[in-house]
Design a protein around this ligand. Structure first.
Ligand code: THU
Length: 137
C-alpha cells in the first residue's frame, strides 16, 4: 500500500498539474486539462489531455499522467491532482476514475482551478463499489 502523501508532495502535484495543462493538445474541445500523480516511489509524473481528429481517441490528462507513471516503472499512485483553467474545479471523468482505481484505489484526488474553489476527495468516494483487479482473482 502506498505511503500517505505529505502536504509538500500534494503541493508539488498541484503545481505540476498546472504546468502540465500548458502542454495540452486540445484543438477540438479547447478545454485544457493538466494532471499529476505521486507514484509509489514518491516521484511525480504529469500529463495533459491529448485529443485527436478522430474524437473518440482523445486521452484525458489523468490517464496520460498515470500511464506515464506506469511506463516509468510505478505500480501505484497515492494522489492525483487535476487542474483546469476554470472558475470551478473539474472532477475526473468516469473512465479516469476507473483507471485511477487500478493503481490507486485509496488515492487522494484533488481538483484545482483558477479560483480558490477546490475539490479534495478520495477515489473511493468518487467510485464507490468499484470493479477492480480483485474481482478477477
Ligand atoms: N478531459 C480530461 O482531460 N480529464 C477529465 O477528467 C475530463 C475531460 C479532457 C478530455 C477532452 O480532451 C476535454 O477534456 C473535453 O472533454
Amino acid at each position: 500500500m502506498p505511503k500517505k502523501p505529505t502536504e509538500a508532495s500534494l503541493r508539488r502535484i498541484e503545481k505540476a498539474a498546472r504546468l502540465a495543462a500548458s502542454r495540452t493538445y486540445s484543438p477540438y474541445s479547447k478545454f485544457p486539462v493538466g494532471a499529476a500523480v505521486i507514484g509509489g516511489s514518491g516521484r511525480v509524473y504529469s500529463g495533459c489531455n491529448v485529443e485527436n481528429a478522430s474524437y473518440g481517441l482523445c486521452n484525458c490528462a489523468e490517464r496520460t499522467a498515470i500511464f506515464t507513471a506506469v511506463a516509468a516503472g510505478e505500480s501505484s499512485v497515492s494522489a492525483v491532482a487535476i487542474y483546469t483553467p476554470t472558475s470551478l474545479p473539474t472532477a475526473p471523468c468516469g473512465a479516469c476514475r476507473q483507471v485511477i482505481n487500478e493503481f490507486g484505489p485509496e488515492a487522494l484526488v484533488i481538483s484545482v482551478c483558477d479560483t480558490k474553489n477546490r475539490i479534495e476527495t478520495t477515489l473511493s468516494a468518487l467510485l464507490p463499489g468499484a470493479f477492480g483487479p480483485g474481482d478477477l482473482a
